[in-house]
Design a protein around this ligand. Sequence first.
Ligand code: GDP
Length: 443
Amino acid sequence: MFDNLTNRLSVVIKTLRGEARLTEANIQDALREVRMALLEADVALPVVKEFIARVKEKAVGKEVMSSLSPGQALVGVVHQELIAIMGGEKADINLATVPPAVILMAGLQGAGKTTSSGKLAKWLMEQKKKKVLLVSCDTYRPAAIQQLELLANQTGTDFFPVHAGQQPKEIAAAALDFARRHFHDVMIVDTAGRLAIDEAMMEEIRELETLLKPIETLFVVDAMQGQDAVNTAKAFAEALPLTGVILTKLDGDARGGAALSVLQVTGKPIKFAGVAEKMTGLEAFHPDRMASRILGMGDVLGLIEEAQRGVDQQEAEKLAKKIKSGKSFDLNDFKMQFQQMKNMGGMSAMMDKLPAQLTQAAQKVKMDDKVMGRTEGIINAMTPQERLKPEILKASRKRRIATGAGVPVQEVNRLLAQFEQTQKMMKMMNKGGMAKMLRGMKG
Ligand code: GDP
């Protein structure tokens, strides 16, 4: 999958050399390669355009860390944007409702709905310890009902029996009643698919949706379908309130473009990926892992991470030395602290790793990624002199900085107060060590 992207970027890494900064001119050829690779992988054109624009915006002006080549730095940006285009964070399945939590499966015939229903049942039983009921509303193909029953037996899932002549809505209503009486946590409803979008099918599944009020309506789509998958996804997203996507057959020779396009087109995240025909072949979808897989550049990604850590280490040591030497802590140092936080994945990523007390403290001062971004913008709007000697910041300078950063003057004042607080803390650390600093914080 995406072999071309790896190959093309390998060339980029070799050709982009010796530049200290990424510029529009020196990344132009590289971006052309990325664009070609994405188009070859069958990513939808509007998605490619937006992707390239975002990479460009993030990359231009970026300083290249000393241990990386410019090409590697660009790969780093591409990697981050690949993660972002797939939604950034892993999107969990939502079961938070009065049981049974209904999961409605939608998609074209052959997409893998029935198979995925069986896999999902197994996954929910094993990973979430749920009692699951499998229901088939595919009354058009009796074989489809049998297929689901077979999968239910194979995975040890309860199966709701259907009688000849029953209509989808009747089955759904009866199954819901059955699931309530038998205390099923989750009820997965497989639906009829057609070879192409057709109004009768959409109407039927819309009716099922209204009746069942599913907490999850998952659109199942075959990754091998490429561009067609995008068109189908669009039609389903318009007809139904989808909550997520299952991307199947990622194990095949799919060119993978659908993985990048689907969120843009449907506005809904991929929640699961089908990676084998067998019942164990379903995985929770992780945008970061997928991005690494698409890039297929484990070595380069490792290098980038290491460089990042190296820089943080160097900077941290420099800062520690500076404090020890008694030099004052200025706004440049303050900014660097923010950058380090950003390198670590931003405030929201750090929150996950911080102990509860610290998380609460950060919430109290309303320190989130947005505030962090604004803070950096304000410091960037200052002159080097102002950063070194913040005490020269009087009203007119503050006004100029606020305009430059596009924030009200109060924000500049808030930042300066925060900086002073940090500076005080640094001084205390210097004089009396940690114990004194902690006392100071309490007061
Ligand atoms: P439905 O018509 O949407 O219910 O599609 P099915 O569940 O019957 O699947 C169609 C075909 O795709 C079957 O042969 C499945 O075994 C196969 N299939 C489904 N998901 C996957 C997958 O993730 N990987 C592979 N290799 N095959 C799959």
